[in-house]
Write a protein that binds this ligand. Structure first.
Ligand code: ADP
Ligand code: MG
Length: 383
C-alpha cells in the first residue's frame, strides 16, 4: 500500500482537487461462530491488519464520484438523488448503499468524491465488502460531523444497506468486526442485544501463530446457498416455536439436541444442530481465551469445521483440503472462516511449525495464498 502523500496525490490525479481526509477500515477473520449472527447467536471475529482506505472530499452538486484502485472500471459517477435499491450495478453498489441508507436515516449528506484502495483480498472471505462499507460510512459521517451514531450503529446501517440496497441477506458480524474491533483483541459479540466484549488475544506471547489461508476459490452458488441456509434456519426456528435458533432450549447440550427431534426433516435438524453446537463453541473459546488456555482452542476450531462441513454443508473441497492438510501436518486446529463455499481457512499452529505447515498447505493447494496474522485495529481516521 502506498504512503499517505502518494495516496493523496492519486486522489488529486483522479478528481482534480485535494481530499479533505482519509479513513481506513479493516477486513476480518472470524475465530469462531459461523452462521450464528443471523440466528441471534454469538460470534468472535477479530480485525486484520489489512485495510481498505478511502480519501474523500465533499461535493456540492449532488454527484457521487467513486474510484477504486482495485477495479479497472475507472471513475463511476452517480447522482445522489437517483440512488435506489437494486439499481446500482458493480462494486459501487456497496458505497452507494451506505450513502443511500444514511440519507434514508435522515442525515443530510450529499455528494462526494471518494478514492479507495485496499490490501484486503477481494472475495477471499475476509470481508473486503464490509471494509468498503464501513470505511465509507465512517468517512461520510465524520466528515459531515454526524453525531449520535455509535460504531455499532454504523455497522447496523451498513448491514441494513447491504440487505436492502445490495440485496444480500447477510448478518451483522462482518460490519461489526470492521467497525468495532480493537488492536490485540477478538470481539465477542452477543448478536441479540449487540453486547460486545473485547477479549485480549495475544497468540505470540503463548508461542502460537494463526495462519490464514485464502483458497482463492469462490464457488458461484455461494450467494444463493447463503440465503437458502438462512431461510432454513428461520424455518427451523418457526417449527420449534422459538424466535431464533439461539433460543433452542439449552439447559444442557443434550436437551437442546433432543429438541431437534421435533423438526420435520433431516436438513433442518442438521442446520439447527450446527447453530446450537456452534454457539456453545463460541462460549467455549471465550472461556479458553479468558483462562489463557489458547492451545486448547485448536480442537474447538476443528470441531467447528466438521459441523460446517457435515451439518451446515457450506464447506468445499478446497477448504477441506486445507484443513485436513494442516491437521495432518500437526496443526492444533483448523477451520473454514466466513460464509463458506470458498474463501479462507484459519489454522492455529505452534510458532515453530510455521514454515513446515505453511509449506504443506502450499504444496496441497498451490493456488492458495497464506499469511500469519494477529488481531489488529478497527476502523479509524488516518489523516
Ligand atoms: P469478501 O467480502 O469476502 O471479500 P464479497 O463477495 O462479500 O467478498 O465482496 C467482494 C466485493 O466487494 C467485490 O466484488 C466488490 O464488489 C466489492 N469490493 C471489495 N473491496 C473492494 C475494493 N477495494 N474496491 C472495489 N470494490 C471492492
Ligand atoms: Mg463480504
Amino acid at each position: 500500500m502506498t504512503d499517505d502523500s502518494t495516496f493523496e496525490a492519486a486522489f488529486k490525479d483522479v478528481f482534480g482537487g485535494a481530499p479533505e481526509g482519509a479513513w481506513a477500515a479493516p477486513g476480518r477473520v472470524n475465530l469462531i461462530g459461523e452462521h450464528t449472527d443471523y440466528n441471534d447467536g454469538y460470534v468472535m471475529p477479530f480485525a486484520l491488519p489489512h485495510i481498505t482506505r478511502a480519501a474523500i472530499a465533499r461535493r456540492d452538486d449532488g454527484l457521487l464520484r467513486l474510484r477504486s484502485a482495485d477495479m479497472d472500471d475507472g471513475t463511476v459517477e452517480l447522482a445522489v438523488a437517483d440512488l435506489a435499491p437494486g439499481t446500482t450495478p458493480g462494486w459501487v453498489r456497496y458505497p452507494a448503499a451506505v450513502l443511500w441508507s444514511l440519507r434514508q436515516a435522515g442525515h443530510d449528506i450529499g455528494g462526494a468524491d471518494i478514492l479507495y484502495d485496499s490490501t484486503v483480498p477481494v472475495g477471499g472471505g475476509l470481508s473486503s465488502s464490509a471494509a468498503l462499507q464501513v470505511v465509507t460510512a465512517l468517512a461520510l459521517t465524520e466528515l459531515h460531523g454526524v453525531e449520535g451514531l455509535s460504531r455499532q450503529d454504523l455497522a447496523l446501517l451498513c448491514q441494513s444497506s447491504e440487505n436492502t440496497y445490495v440485496g444480500a441477506p447477510v448478518g451483522v458480524m462482518d460490519q461489526t468486526a470492521s467497525a468495532c474491533c480493537t488492536d490485540g483483541h477478538a470481539l465477542h459479540l452477543d448478536v441479540r442485544g449487540l453486547v460486545g466484549r473485547q477479549v485480549p488475544l495475544d497468540l505470540s506471547a503463548e508461542g502460537l501463530r494463526l495462519l490464514v489461508v485464502d483458497t482463492r476459490v469462490k464457488h458461484s452458488h455461494a450467494d444463493g446457498a447463503y440465503g437458502e441456509r438462512r431461510a432454513g434456519c428461520e424455518a427451523a426456528a418457526a417449527a420449534l416455536g422459538v424466535a431464533a435458533l439461539r433460543d433452542v432450549p439449552h439447559d444442557g447440550l443434550a436437551a437442546a439436541l433432543a429438541a431437534l427431534a421435533a423438526l420435520p426433516d433431516d436438513r433442518l435438524r442438521r442446520l439447527t444442530r450446527h447453530v446450537v453446537t456452534e454457539n456453545r463453541r463460541v462460549e467455549e473459546v471465550l472461556d479458553l481465551c479468558e483462562a489463557g488456555r489458547l492451545r486448547d482452542i485448536g480442537p474447538v476450531l476443528t470441531a467447528g469445521h466438521a459441523s460446517l462441513r457435515d451439518d451446515f454443508q457450506v464447506s468445499c473441497p478446497e477448504l477441506d483440503l486445507v484443513v485436513d492438510t494442516a491437521l495432518a501436518a500437526g496443526a492444533l486446529g483448523a477451520r473454514m472462516t466466513g460464509g463458506g463455499f470458498g474463501g479462507s481457512a484459519i489454522v492455529l499452529i505452534e510458532a515453530d511449525d510455521e514454515q513446515r505447515i505453511g509449506a504443506a498447505v502450499s504444496a496441497a493447494l498451490p493456488q492458495s495464498r497464506q499469511f500469519v496474522t494477529t488481531p489488529s485495529a478497527g476502523a479509524r481516521r488516518l489523516w
